[in-house]
Ligand binder design. Structure first.
Ligand SMILES: CC(C)(COP(=O)(O)OP(=O)(O)OC[C@H]1O[C@@H](n2cnc3c(N)ncnc32)[C@H](O)[C@@H]1OP(=O)(O)O)[C@@H](O)C(=O)NCCC(=O)NCCS
Length: 395
């Protein structure tokens, strides 16, 4: 078996992945739920999903979130990378969707071993059905299918801490989003005004953005100088047939849990991303290559998606480089960090010195489905979290 679009083969990963490579038909996977309610759970066949099914799923989410995601978004998220491993579960009542719970397949390196994980996505239940146990029932239904497809653990970022505890997750409040305004204040204000929120919330958000802008103004003019960073085309991140791709991105820092940056993953996630435009930078010191960063751009928002260096000076060089190349053209600059990591105090100081502030803190939630990873997995200290884990999925 080989995924043609992403050139990924299961030989890279441990055996259980293959043993469980079974696709059940939609009929087989349809289940009538326990007496909690008369809803009905169902698995959507992702590789074979029809336009009508995709439109129905999108309409459900777009209405609830005031969003405008298109079939192209959905297809990129679920069908363009390991689609046969993705799980999309829905709860229906009287034929209409009342809830969804999905898992996107993401290969991970856990203590040097590659295992398949699932990113918990699209957790949503209509308000009138909440608090009745329907989502717990749908979640367990989805988990059974995840196990069948060889997903060894589930993870996600969420504010819904109490709900995810009930779904059997460990909750670690370690995810921090750092932001600072860019020089393009007008775009920042217009995008806040267009947010699907109450007028009072939008006005408050615009006021905060204005204050932040003037607070950061001196930074626009007097930035520290970064080390010389070399720009490299993102197409070079993929080794291709030559198998040659050096770089700190691929060696990765000594971390316990990180995304497996295979060619297929990088092509899908970075170099051929349909909505985010990525750029890459490398820096060198006397010992050779010493730092690597990825920056994503979308609608005048720039994010430092990957930020790894061998020491504080190299991390600083990459951060300053990000600020200098992004601040004048964009409305907002963001960085996602794991406050549980050992080097977090250093990163925090660097961010503060560049005018960033932590604007949102949320939870990393983890559920082990294999019972062999427990321990390593549930300790967030070694999780190499960054923007690549989350950005671009729910645009
Ligand atoms: C998350 C959700 C599916 C859970 O449904 P449920 O299992 O029926 O449980 P409830 O809605 O009763 O929520 C359980 C608890 O989680 C809390 N919670 C739910 N969504 C939350 C959110 N986005 N942020 C913070 N807390 C949240 C609820 O307030 C509730 O707390 P309580 O136990 O103190 O009353 C449902 O609340 C929902 O669809 N919320 C909106 C979408 C959402 O927030 N999804 C999660 C984003 S990853």
């Amino acid at each position: 078996m080989m995924c043609i679009r992403c050139r990924w083969t299961p030989e890279n990963v441990e055996g259980s992945f293959l043993e469980n490579d079974i696709l059940l038909s939609r009929q087989e996977m349809t289940q009538f739920s326990t007496p909690i309610s008369d809803h009905r759970n169902e698995i959507i066949d992702v590789p074979g999903a029809t336009d009508d099914q995709i439109r129905e799923l999108l309409a459900f989410h777009n209405k609830a979130w005031g969003a405008s995601r298109t079939p192209a978004h959905w297809r990129w998220e679920y069908q363009d990378f390991l689609p046969e491993k993705a799980v999309v579960a829905v709860a229906r009542k009287d034929g209409r969707i009342i809830g969804t719970q999905c898992a996107m397949p993401v290969p991970m390196k856990v203590e040097g071993r590659v295992v398949l994980s699932g990113k918990s996505e699209n957790t949503l239940l209509l308000p009138e059905f909440r608090g009745l146990g329907i989502m717990e029932d749908l979640y367990e239904f989805m988990v059974e299918e995840c196990k069948v497809r060889g997903l060894r653990f589930l993870w996600g970022f969420t504010d819904a801490e109490r709900a995810f505890r009930r779904f059997g997750f460990f909750v670690h409040p370690v995810v921090e989003i750092w932001s600072r305004p860019g020089f393009d204040l007008a775009t920042g204000l217009v995008s806040r005004w267009r947010e699907p929120r109450a007028i009072s919330r939008r006005v408050l958000s615009m006021g905060k953005a204005g204050v932040d802008f003037f607070r950061t103004l001196p930074r626009f003019l007097s930035n520290d100088s970064g080390l010389g960073a070399e720009s490299i085309p993102v197409s070079q991140l993929v080794a291709g047939e030559s198998g040659e791709r050096g770089g700190i991105l691929h060696r990765g820092p000594a971390s316990v849990v990180g995304q497996e940056l295979s060619d297929g993953f990088l092509e899908w996630r970075v170099s051929r991303h349909p909505f985010l435009q990525y750029t890459a930078r490398k820096i060198h010191d006397a010992h050779g290559e010493a730092g690597f960063s990825l920056v994503s751009l979308h609608q005048k928002k720039a994010a430092l998606s990957y930020w790894e260096g061998t020491d504080e000076g190299n991390l600083k060089g990459l951060l300053v480089n990000f600020v200098q190349m992004s601040q004048f053209k964009n409305a907002q600059l963001t960085v996602l960090t794991n406050s549980g990591r050992d080097d977090h105090p250093m990163r925090r100081d660097l961010l503060l010195r560049q005018g960033f502030r932590p604007t949102h803190c949320t939870n990393l939630v983890i559920r082990d489905l294999s019972e062999i990873l427990t321990g390593t997995l549930l300790e967030p200290t070694g999780w190499l979290l960054n923007g690549l884990w989350t950005e671009g999925y729910a645009l």
